[in-house]
Ligand binder design. Sequence first.
Ligand code: SF4
Length: 67
Amino acid sequence: MASETATRTVWDCRWSRPGYRLFGVKEHLQPENLWVCVRQGERRSVTEEECEKCSHWEALPEGRTWQ
Ligand code: SF4
C-alpha cells in the first residue's frame, strides 16, 4: 500500500545546502548543522525533521544539484 504523503527530504529541497563542518570536531562545536536552509538569503541550520514538515519545501529542478 502506497504512502499518502510524499516524503520531503532536506536533501531534495532546492533551498537546502550542506552545512559547513569541521573534521574531528564534536557536534556541539560544529559551525553549522549537517544541513542549512538558504531560502531567506541567510544560512540557517535546519534539521531533517523540520524540513519534512516545511510548507516552503520545493523540489530540486531536474538534473540540478546544490553546490
Ligand atoms: S526549511 Fe523548508 S525551504 Fe528550507 S531547506 Fe528545509 S524544507 Fe527547504
